[in-house]
Design a protein around this ligand. Structure first.
Ligand code: SAM
Length: 272
């Protein structure tokens, strides 16, 4: 059994570690995801589990708990208008600069299992097939180190590799083994991306660096104040006139509208 007090302890712990806010309606989800952890640890129930995660010995399990409670749903070219905007309106100038010796830096902040940064890399490669010869880097980060390992491996079920260009799919993905059930991203694709763990609610070690930040479908789990702090950190992390893409049900509102101007549905540009 999970009592209301157990739920609140778990929700508060998750909130202070990740910024994710769980309302009481999420109790069934918390129950089903953590009941598995409790069984795996051979514990008697939520009371023992809650005492454990609050103790020094429970530090590692606190991370497992966080990994179990984060939502990692994603897919290739999710919300395709961002990739179109990037390809048609942003990359042509950036690529021209890169050809003159400049750099391009794109950040997939909360990249989950990697479909987003691989889609970004494929978009760059669609305009510049020899992108690796230029100073072009995609940073892909997430708080969940398990999902990040999956992202770096780049192995996906064949049916999940929903890439609009069949030619790119053939060129940049190959069968993982003879069964052909899974495809693996090629080294040519992977070499554009660096995968790193990063918690968005902590101070960001990257300032004034990025031409484009994708931070999609993560702040929806944060409370307003946490969102506001993140918009201000992104304003510092983005280069002048740089871009920020957020998820379809997310918005920049309140005081942060002085930092970013809307340039179409869930696409924003830094205000100088
Ligand atoms: C629903 S996925 C979004 C993936 C991708 N951006 C997309 O839109 O398809 C949300 C991701 O946010 C990550 N996340 C949650 N809280 C985070 C935090 N404080 N810092 C970094 N990543 C976080 C989760 O681990 C999860 O992989």
């Amino acid at each position: 059994m999970m009592t209301a007090a157990d739920f609140h302890q778990i929700a508060d712990t998750l909130n202070s570690d990740t910024g994710i806010y769980l309302s009481i309606e999420k109790a069934p989800l918390v129950y089903s995801r953590l009941a598995k952890r409790i069984r795996a640890l051979k514990m008697s129930g939520f009371e023992e589990y809650c005492a454990f995660i609050a103790s020094k010995r429970g530090v590692e399990e606190r991370r497992n708990m966080m990994n179990s409670l984060t939502t990692n749903v994603t897919r290739f070219f999710r919300e395709p208008h961002h990739f179109e905007t990037m390809k048609n309106e942003i990359l042509p100038d950036l690529i021209a600069q890169a050809k003159r010796g400049g750099k391009i830096r794109i950040w997939s902040a909360a990249c989950s299992s990697g479909e987003e940064p691989y889609s970004i890399a494929l978009t760059v490669l669609s305009l510049l097939p020899d992108a690796a010869s230029y100073d072009i880097k995609i940073l892909a980060t997430d708080i969940d180190e398990n999902i990040l390992r999956k992202a770096a491996a780049g192995v996906y079920r064949k049916g999940d590799v929903t890439i609009p260009s069949e030619a790119q799919k053939k060129k940049y993905f190959s069968k993982e083994d003879a069964s052909g059930v899974s495809l693996v991203a090629s080294d040519e694709l992977k070499q554009l991306i660096t995968f790193r763990p990063l918690n968005l609610i902590k101070p960001l070690p990257l300032s004034g660096s990025f031409d484009i930040i994708f931070c999609r479908n993560v702040v929806i789990y944060f409370q307003e104040e946490t969102q506001r702090e993140l918009w201000s950190k992104f304003h510092k992390a983005i280069k002048p006139n740089g871009w920020l893409f957020i998820g379809h049900s997310e918005r920049i509102t309140g005081p942060a509208t002085s930092l970013f101007k809307s340039e179409g549905f869930t696409a924003y540009q830094r205000i100088e």
